[in-house]
Design a protein around this ligand. Structure first.
Ligand code: MG
Length: 159
């Protein structure tokens, strides 16, 4: 088989006194995402999709929240390590499609930069990284701005 597919989902709570980092981009907002690492929910969903495509488990296995080593970690550094895992096994990212679900702030102005950041780490072209943004139409915890969620589908190609 020359292609594999994986999906990933993540959600983090919003809170004060934290930066909002999505796809490796620091986005101006009065709230940020809470978590052990930088809580970059989009990058986490993408990593789980990459690992899932090769049935390699999930990011909690590789970067457990109980390990102080990952406190405040830059998720792009973790993404680079996950990419190395798949490259070492003879695979590369074919394309990614993702959705960030956030009531606020408006993410559209930042999407091009997120694609560039992620593509740079994964050594692919920005047009291989799809990022869409939607609100949750004020429904549920995401709609009440208690958190931000992300979903990703990842296709891997054999090198
Ligand atoms: Mg996470």
């Amino acid at each position: 088989m020359n292609i594999r597919i994986g999906n990933g989902y993540d959600i983090h709570q919003l809170g004060g006194g934290r930066p909002l980092i999505l796809g490796g981009v620091n986005i101006p907002h009065e709230l940020g995402l809470l978590g052990h690492s930088d809580a970059d929910v989009l990058t986490h969903a993408i990593m789980d999709g990459m690992l899932g495509a090769l049935s390699l488990g999930d990011i909690g296995h590789y970067f457990p929240p109980s390990d102080p080593q990952w406190a405040g970690a830059d998720s792009l550094v973790l993404l680079e390590q996950v990419n190395q895992l798949i490259v070492d096994r003879g695979w590369q990212v074919g394309n990614i499609d993702s959705v960030v679900v956030a009531e606020r702030p408006k993410l559209k102005p930042h999407i091009a930069q997120m694609r560039d950041r992620l593509a740079g780490v994964l050594a692919v072209k920005p047009d291989q990284i799809g990022i869409k943004a939607t609100t949750n139409e004020k429904l549920g915890p995401v709609g009440r701005e208690e958190g931000i969620a992300a979903i990703a589908v990842v296709l891997l190609d054999r090198k």
